[in-house]
Design a protein around this ligand. Structure first.
Ligand SMILES: [Cu+2]
Length: 118
C-alpha cells in the first residue's frame, strides 16, 4: 500500500512537470520505412493518452488514391495505442500514413510516415 502511494505521488509529480507534453508517436506497426505484408490493422503508440473521437489516421496509396480505413479505436489495454483497421486493398507499393491525434490534454499533433507493402 505504501509503495502504491509513493508511486502515485511520484507519478503526479511527473504529471505536473510534463503537463504540457503532447502526443508523440513512439512506435508503429508497420514501422516507418518498413516493407511488410499488407497489414490488416495499423497500430500507432503515442506518449500520451489519445482521445479517439478527435483523432484520425489516413492512408494514401502509390497512385495518391486514399485507402479505406475503418474507425480508429484505442487498444483495450493501452489508451496511448491507436488501432486503425485497413478495409481497403493494399497492393504492393509505397503508402503514406498521415495521423492527427488529440491527446487527453486537448492538444492536437500531426505526423506522417511511409511504409511499403511487398
Ligand atoms: Cu499537449
Amino acid at each position: 500500500m505504501r509503495k502504491t502511494l509513493i508511486l502515485a505521488a511520484a507519478l503526479s509529480l511527473i504529471g505536473a512537470v510534463q503537463a504540457d507534453a503532447h502526443a508523440r508517436l513512439l512506435k508503429s506497426d508497420p514501422k516507418a520505412g518498413a516493407t511488410v505484408a499488407a497489414p490488416k490493422v495499423l497500430r500507432l503508440s503515442y506518449s500520451e493518452t489519445i482521445v479517439p473521437g478527435n483523432s484520425s489516421v489516413s492512408v494514401t496509396g502509390p497512385d495518391k488514391a486514399p485507402v479505406a480505413t475503418g474507425p480508429i479505436a484505442l487498444d483495450a489495454k493501452d489508451k496511448r495505442t491507436v488501432l486503425a483497421p485497413v478495409t481497403g486493398k493494399l497492393a504492393p507499393g509505397a503508402y503514406k500514413l498521415d495521423w492527427s491525434m488529440t491527446s487527453a490534454d486537448g492538444h492536437t499533433m500531426t505526423g506522417a510516415f511511409v511504409f511499403k507493402v511487398k
